[in-house]
Design a protein around this ligand. Structure first.
Ligand SMILES: *Cc1c(COP(=O)(O)O)cnc(C)c1O
Length: 497
């Protein structure tokens, strides 16, 4: 399949889109069209396991890749998960469904795509005859960093550097990243926010000068963030997979609609849901859930994206984001794929912090999306109530989604014109990844030590502690660098030697 830039001009093949990560004009790659999945095909997918579902759906985009090799790579990736299913769907006693995406090697949903990305990239380089090594720069609000480090560490011909906001990740996330082994990895704390990290990385990727200097050292730049299509497309699969599991357990019939509630930061996860919908998955609404940083809720309400506001630090740090990169892809679609207009809006965003949709575009957006935001106090209450009432512990991000989903359901129940569909809440992280905040939500107790939190949550919930979080406890902290955002490029040069 061919991919085009949201800002016009460039058309590339799927391996090129993966290897480049971002278009030369600063835009994001999007598929030239959305491949369609028929009702018969959905019914057939329901008979298959997760890797087969993934191979079928991804094969429609990555048709330059060998289908059998792709399936083998997917099987290998998902064999590393600690559940037989990479994305198990659970029925909750409140009638909602929980799609658990945290069974991968680093306990967050980023593993779903990042365990597959090394194959897509390596094979892509081979197909394109690229001889240089790859340098992957990653801005992270905590979870992408570790998932990318685990995916690429000790991989030949690749180096990876990760930048995270010094004050913007949980202690456990920091431990996970800074104890990563391997000679080809670098991890740095940045004095600033996730947006500062993401801007700095994007700036390097868009600079001819930086690219040339890095090329001189024998490297090509790429990205493991969800701006990379290789990160985004594997996330489409779990929307179909959840739907198939609902069909398989007779909860819905093929063709019935389902709502998805998604805890949202950079808009990558929920955008994959939108792509699934465009491919033909029967979706009612995609419910975009935010914490106090309610830029997206305001956008869906007013049609104006306004990032000019202070960032709040919350209990759901992976969602403490003001510039949601992947929204560019949605804005491109609803503009009728108007690349010039999209480029203009993104220019306005970087210069003034704002842009607005036209009324008919906003109407289109609202047909597919609902949105809501909640405070930390709301989230704590929701996690506590849910555990007491239904015995299921949630992480703080999933708690945001559940809280927003419950409010949405209440609103729909009151509205005689609104249609009510089954709701799937997307669970993006293990509660053990945010042990202090989760323990606080469950008991009201504060503990300083992450592992004390882990132990108490385990005693309270009897939920299994994931191996990957257990084993880092006694590993040395290898990375201690802290730098301002404008020194990220210097660090990259140092890293390359
Ligand atoms: C990354 C992340 C999110 C936000 O996902 P986006 O794709 O950035 O919207 C939500 N929850 C957790 C736990 C995450 O790691």
């Amino acid at each position: 399949m061919r991919f085009i830039s949201t800002r016009g001009g460039e058309t590339v093949s799927s391996p090129e889109a993966v290897v480049k990560g971002i278009a030369s004009d600063g835009g994001l790659f999007v598929p030239e069209q959305f491949p369609q999945v028929t009702a018969e095909e959905i019914a057939a997918l329901c008979e298959k396991d997760y890797p087969e579902r993934a191979a079928f759906l991804l094969g429609k985009y990555f048709d330059e890749y060998d289908p059998e090799e792709l399936l083998a790579a997917l099987r290998e990736a998902y064999a590393r998960f600690d559940d037989v299913d990479a994305a198990p769907l659970l029925r909750m006693d409140n009638g909602m469904y929980m799609l658990e995406l945290f069974h991968g090697p680093t306990c967050a949903f980023k593993d779903i795509a990042l365990t597959v990305l090394p194959y897509l990239m390596k094979k892509g380089c081979e197909m394109l005859g690229i001889g240089e090594k790859i340098l992957i720069l990653t801005a992270t609000s905590g979870d992408t960093g570790k998932a990318a480090l685990e995916a690429f560490r000790e991989k030949e011909g690749v180096k990876i550097a990760v930048f995270y906001p010094e004050e913007g990740v949980s202690k456990m996330q920091k431990l996970q990243m800074c104890t990563t082994e391997g000679d080809n990895v670098d991890v740095c704390a940045v004095r600033g926010s996730f947006d500062d990290c993401q801007n700095a990385v994007k700036k390097i990727m868009n600079s001819e000068q930086c690219r040339a200097a890095i090329a001189e050292k024998g490297y090509r730049l790429s990205s493991a963030n969800s701006i990379n299509i290789g990160r985004l497309l594997p996330q489409i699969v779990y929307y179909f997979s959840a739907y198939c599991d609902l069909v398989g357990s007779d909860q819905v019939k093929v063709g019935d609609k389902v709502d998805f509630a998604v805890p949202t930061g950079n808009f990558g996860n929920i955008l994959a849901g939108y792509y699934a919908m465009r491919m033909g998955l029967p979706v009612g609404k995609l419910i975009c859930a935010s914490n106090r940083n309610c830029v997206l809720t305001d956008f869906f309400k007013s049609g104006t994206y306004n990032a000019k506001r202070p960032l709040s630090r919350t209990m759901s740090p992976a969602m403490d984001i003001l510039i949601s990169s992947n929204l560019e892809r949605l804005v491109f679609e609803v503009s009728g794929r108007d690349a010039a207009l999209t480029a203009e809006r993104m220019k306005s965003l970087s210069e003034t912090g704002k842009y607005s949709l036209r009324a008919e575009e906003l109407k289109k957006v609202r047909e597919s999306f609902a949105a809501g935001c909640v405070t930390d106090a709301d989230t704590v209450e929701c996690i506590y109530d849910f555990f007491i009432d239904y015995g299921y512990p949630m992480d703080t991000h999933t708690g945001v989604a559940m809280c927003v989903a419950q409010r949405y359901e209440e609103k729909v129940a009151e509205d005689v014109n609104a249609e009510k569909y089954p709701t799937v809440v997307i669970s993006t992280a293990s509660p053990y990844k945010f042990p202090q905040d989760v323990l606080y939500a469950l008991t009201g107790n504060d503990v300083k030590d992450s592992y004390k939190g882990v132990k108490r949550i385990h005693l309270l919930t009897a939920m299994k502690v994931p191996e990957c979080l257990k084993e880092i406890r006694y590993k040395p902290m290898r990375f201690k660098t802290v730098l301002p955002a404008d020194k990220i490029y210097d660090e990259v040069q140092k890293f390359l030697g």
